[in-house]
Structure formats: structure tokens, C-alpha cells
Ligand binder design. Structure first.
Ligand code: BF8
Ligand code: SF4
Length: 618
């Protein structure tokens, strides 16, 4: 395909041209070679769950060897797909509990409790005594409570304390209440074994329960403990695009999701000894820039610049100016190892559960984190001497963005409560809000939908919150600065203008979608209604991952009307598809809708918000 069809960005186009000139294969080339895809797999009608198969069902041949039909097979595949995503987010959340454990047990000095107030606030919410107790005593109980949320002994995960009672009653009636994170994940694997849950809607209900265990369990724990250990984000300025990579500096890209690694890399990069060594080698300093969600984590809390989102990860290395790419887990294309090998770039992996053949491996541990981070930064610094200046091409100047919108920061900006936001919604200055989240997918012109939808919504006075890879898209489009109110409707111009904030707010990484859930719950509680009564929505226009599917499903199951730019692989079952796009409305008060045209998608949100506002008497 011509480069102009692959992406809307000039920096990406320049690097794709360089890749072609240098004979480097990218994700786009590999997609072309994989197209057309298997039709059965696209429809979700293949099953590989036992060795009587594999089976492919169709109109001509409607049953697998065991007798499973398309509905059962599609539901099982979708259930496992969502569960993969819930497992990813939640295992990340567990890693934060393990760091808290290392702090509580005195095994590490590299991490500490930075946000004591937040720790105590969370403890109070989940029913832990805080008065007259030391921080470490409270932290130990919080740790035990969250570890237990992963197990089998609870009737519901702890953060359900935040959910309006009407919603919890709905879940209880549907057997959708998430009990324990690992429990729901394991149960989905059990249900989808040959000969278990052979009722598609029942499997879908458990898929929703597993997704809720992610949103209100694993992800929420991940977000909240990251704030406790690394600080609650506050508004700040930063920059984005490939121009954040600096020709005169040692460039280290952090990629993946877990701030436990990237925070230490950033801290080590500021140590005078390492900075001096970089200068000895001819650099002016050390520059840490972010990719994907671990980039979002550091952007939100430390204001580091963002080099790019999912489809920029290969292209960032192709600048020829990256000394090291340091990864933890999730969304890291294995091709990055090969592309690093085309340059002087060191590819360093840090997690035993996400190793890459050909990488330099560190088994990153809380006890030895800072020591390991220093070694990693030192490898990057030494690599500067091997850089070939003739191959360096940094295609643009960075663009300004504003970041750091945690709920705490928003409430502080509003003067201490959500009341002004409720009033602005009531007055119609903010007609509603939509979270645009998720990924890039090489099947879609990069960021074309992510940006277009945000622009269309703010015109209609619908506040937009972005997380994950939509962040850099919105940033590069100039939507994450206060001046972007020019592109918004009169209501957002007034509200955001008076607060000095953009009409598109950066709310963090993908696990931080839990912040959006929390905000919706808080608004519903303030108005004494269910989440499904609010004039809100969610969207993932360019999604690709199992995690994005889990997010979409927990949003819908929480009562949030959710848009996808393309469908998951479920169209081979009418039962499952109908449930997803209409049947869930009766059960949980929201559905998915699939719409590849962003003008139409924005209109759908507009209509929905109009209906919800009317029902609230607004
Ligand atoms: O968790 S948005 S491409 S990086 S899956 Fe991945 Fe999608 Fe980016 Fe973060 Ni989220
Ligand atoms: Fe085929 Fe049934 Fe086995 Fe799936 S579980 S592979 S449909 S026989």
C-alpha cells in the first residue's frame, strides 16, 4: 500500500520511507503478506479447544466434531479473548501489589509510599481502619486486601464499594458480580473446555464478569497502587511525536506498561555519574522518552515526553538515534528486536514473563531495581559511541501537550468537589463525556479515526477523555492543549476556557481506564442514579488487543454505551453478535455499537447523550 494510506502523520511517513530505503520490514509490510486472513477465524467459527478437532463450522457444515455449533464456538472464543486481556491488566496490577509487599516487608528502599494520603483514602474506601495507625500498618492491610481480591474467598472484589448499589444489584441478579480476579479468569478457562458451558449467552455473561474483575479489580488496583507508589498525577506540560528524540543526547525509549521498571530507568538516567559518562562520549545528556502505556504512566506523573503510540514503536528505532529500548510487557512487537539489530540500538527486556529471543535480559526485581536500572542506563550510554550519525533522521519538532488529569487533580481544579462538573453538565455546557481509548491497528490508517472522533465530539460540547495510544494521537493533532478549545463547541469553550484546560483530557494509560470508571461511578452516586443513566460513552476506534476487548466489555457491563471502529471476531454467530449490539441493553443498560465512520459514530453518541439527558430531566 502507498505510504500515504498507512498513517496521517508526517513523522511516521518519513520513517516509513526511510524503512523502505533501508530495506527494513515493518508491521504494514507483514500485514500485506498476511492478507487475506482466514475467513473462519475472522468470523470466530474455528475451534482448537481439543484434538477431536480442530473444527471449522459453516452453513454447510454447522457442527464441530463434538457437536458444538457456531454460537457456542464464537462465544467460547470471545470469552477466552476477553480473558486474555483481563489477565494482562490484572497481572500487571498484581505486580504493583508485590512492590507494595516489598516496601512493607522492608525489602526495598528503591520504592516507597509517595502518596500517603491516597493510601489512607483507598484503605478507608475498602473498609480498612486508618485512624491512629502507622502508614506501614495501613499499607500491610491494603496489600492483604488486594492480594485477596485475586483469590476465591470473597463475594466481590473490594472496589465494588465504589459502584452504585443499583448497578451492583443488577450484576448480582445476572450472576455477573466479579468475585475474584484469578477466579473469574480460571473459571472462563474451565467453562470453555470441551463439554462445559455450551450456552452462548451464559458464556457471554461470564465474559462480562471476567471483564468487570479486570476493570473494578486488577486494573483499578494497578492504577491506585501506582499512584500510591509513584505519586498522584497532576496537570503539567510535556511534548510528543518523534521530535522528542534528540540527536545530541543518549536516547532511551521505555516501552510496555509497568511503571515499576520505567520509573527506575528515569531515576537512574538522572544520576550524575551516568550523565557525566554520556557527556564524555560526546552527548549533551540522557533523554528518556515514552512509547505506549508505560510512556503514558511516566507522562502523567513525571511529564516525560512521548515518542509515540503502538504503530510508532518500530518507526522510533528507525530514526537511528535510539541507544536503547527498554521494555516490560504487553504490546511490544517482537519485530523490535530485529529492527534494533539493524541499528546500534540495544533491546533490553526486563520481565521473566515477557522475554524476547535476541534481547539483553534483566530479571527486574524490587530489591535490586535501582542497581539494575543503573546497569541498563549504562548499557544505553555506552551504545552512544556506536551510533552512526549518517543514519540519524529525526523528522520533526515536538508538539506541546498537557497531561496529568487524575480524578484527584480534576476535583482539585474544580475547587474540591465534583459539584461544578455536575452543574456544567446540568447547564448543558458539558453535554456529556466520552472516553476514547485503545490502540492503533495497521488495518486502519494510523490515528485517522482516533483523531477524527475526538474532533467531532468536542464540536458537539462532549468532553473527551483519552488514555492509552489515543493519547499521542490526540496530542499530535493539537487537541491536548488549552488552545484546542478553538475546535470545541461554545459550552466546552466556556468551561475549559475558564479552567485553562484542554477539551480533551489525558487520563493516563490503559489500566487507567479504571480512573474513568471511578469518575462515572462518582457522578452516578452524586446524582443518585445508575451509571447507565449518565450522558456518557466510550470508544475504541482503532483497537487491536485482547485488553481493549476486555476494557470495552467492562465498560458496557458497567452501563457505558461503547463504540468500536471494527467488530471483534464474533460475526459468525448471530446470537453472540445480537447480544453484543442490542441484547445487552436490556441486561446491563448499554451495548456495543460498531461504526467505521467517525462522523456517524459521533452522531450516535450525540443521540445517546440527548436521550440520557432528557431522561435525567436536563
Ligand atoms: O494497553 S492502547 S496498543 S499500548 S492495548 Fe497496547 Fe492498545 Fe496501546 Fe497500552 Ni492499551
Ligand atoms: Fe471441535 Fe468441539 Fe473439539 Fe472444538 S471442542 S475442536 S468444536 S470437537
Amino acid at each position: 500500500r502507498p505510504i500515504d494510506e498507512l498513517t496521517i502523520w508526517d513523522d511516521a511517513k518519513a520513517m516509513l520511507r526511510k524503512a523502505r530505503a533501508e530495506g527494513i520490514q515493518t508491521v504494514h509490510d507483514r500485514l500485506d503478506r498476511q492478507t487475506p486472513h482466514c475467513k473462519f477465524c475472522e468470523l470466530g467459527t474455528t475451534c482448537r479447544n481439543c484434538t477431536m478437532g480442530p473444527c471449522r463450522v459453516s452453513e454447510k457444515n454447522p457442527l464441530g466434531v463434538c457437536g458444538a455449533d457456531a454460537d457456542v464456538i464464537v462465544a467460547r472464543n470471545f470469552g477466552r479473548f476477553v480473558t486474555g486481556g483481563a489477565a494482562g491488566h490484572s497481572d500487571h496490577g498484581r505486580d504493583l501489589i508485590e512492590v507494595l509487599e516489598a516496601i512493607v516487608e522492608g525489602e526495598t528502599k528503591d520504592y516507597r509510599i509517595v502518596a500517603e494520603d491516597k493510601l489512607r483514602a483507598i484503605a478507608g474506601e475498602v473498609g480498612i481502619q486508618t485512624e491512629g495507625r502507622s502508614t506501614m500498618e495501613v499499607a500491610r492491610d491494603v496489600m492483604d486486601c488486594f492480594f485477596a481480591d485475586f483469590g476465591s474467598r470473597k463475594k466481590e472484589v473490594s472496589f465494588l464499594a465504589r459502584v452504585p448499589q443499583v448497578r451492583k444489584d443488577k450484576w448480582a441478579g445476572l450472576k455477573m458480580t466479579p468475585r475474584g480476579v484469578d477466579r473469574e479468569i480460571a473459571e472462563m478457562m474451565h467453562r470453555t473446555h470441551m463439554g462445559c458451558d455450551n450456552d452462548a449467552p451464559n458464556t457471554m455473561i461470564h465474559a462480562a464478569r471476567t471483564a468487570l474483575a479486570d476493570g473494578w479489580g486488577g486494573s483499578m488496583i494497578g492504577t491506585e497502587l501506582s499512584d500510591v507508589i509513584f505519586g498522584v498525577p497532576t496537570p503539567k506540560m510535556s511534548t510528543a511525536n518523534l521530535g522528542v528524540i534528540k540527536a545530541d543526547k543518549v536516547n532511551i525509549l521505555v516501552h510496555g506498561h509497568n511503571p515499576v521498571v520505567s520509573e527506575m530507568i528515569l531515576a537512574a538516567s538522572r544520576e550524575p555519574e551516568l550523565v557525566n559518562r554520556a557527556k564524555e562520549l560526546g552527548a549533551t545528556g540522557i533523554n528518556v522518552a515514552g512509547l505506549c502505556c508505560t510512556g503514558n504512566e511516566l507522562l502523567m506523573r513525571q511529564g516525560i515526553p512521548m515518542a509515540g503510540n503502538h504503530l510508532m514503536t518500530e518507526l522510533a528505532i528507525i530514526t537511528g538515534a535510539v541507544e536503547a529500548i527498554v521494555v516490560d510487557y504487553q504490546c511490544i512487537m517482537p519485530s523490535l528486536v530485529q529492527i534494533s539489530g539493524c541499528y546500534h540500538t540495544k533491546f533490553i527486556d526486563t520481565a521473566n514473563k515477557a522475554r524476547f529471543t535476541g534481547a539483553i535480559h534483566f530479571d527486574f526485581q524490587p530489591r535490586t531495581a535501582m542497581k539494575q536500572a543503573r546497569e541498563i542506563v549504562s548499557i544505553a550510554v555506552e551504545a552512544f559511541a556506536q551510533r552512526d550519525p549518517g543514519r540519524v533522521d529525526i523528522p520533526c519538532e515536538p508538539i506541546e501537550i498537557m497531561t496529568g488529569f487524575s480524578n484527584e487533580a480534576v476535583i482539585a481544579a474544580l475547587g474540591g468537589s465534583l459539584d461544578p462538573m455536575v452543574q456544567a453538565i446540568a447547564a448543558g455546557d458539558i453535554r456529556g463525556a466520552v472516553g476514547i481509548v485503545g490502540c492503533n491497528n495497521p488495518k486502519i490508517k494510523q490515528d485517522s479515526m482516533n483523531v477524527k472522533l475526538a474532533e467531532e465530539l468536542i464540536k458537539k460540547d462532549i468532553l473527551v477523555l483519552v488514555t492509552g495510544c489515543v493519547t499521542t494521537a490526540a496530542g499530535k493533532a493539537g487537541l491536548l492543549v488549552p488552545g484546542a478549545i478553538e475546535k470545541a463547541g461554545p459550552g466546552l469553550q466556556k468551561v475549559c476556557g475558564s479552567l485553562g484546560i484542554p477539551p480533551v483530557l489525558h487520563y493516563g494509560s490503559c489500566v487507567d481506564n479504571a480512573r474513568i470508571l471511578q469518575l462515572c461511578a462518582a457522578l452516578a452516586n452524586a446524582l443518585k442514579v445508575d451509571i447507565s443513566d449518565l450522558p456518557v460513552g466510550a470508544s475504541s476506534p482503532e483497537w487491536y488487543s485482547e485488553k481493549a476487548a476486555a476494557i470495552g466489555l467492562y465498560a458496557v457491563a458497567s452501563g457505558i454505551y461503547t463504540h468500536l471502529g471494527h467488530p471483534p471476531n464474533i460475526l459468525g454467530s448471530k446470537t453472540v453478535t445480537d447480544l453484543a449490539v442490542s441484547g445487552l441493553e436490556d441486561l446491563v443498560g448499554a451495548t456495543f455499537f460498531i461504526e467505521p465512520d467517525m462522523v456517524k459514530a459521533a452522531d450516535m453518541f450525540d443521540q445517546r447523550i440527548r436521550t440520557k439527558r432528557k431522561a435525567l430531566g436536563l
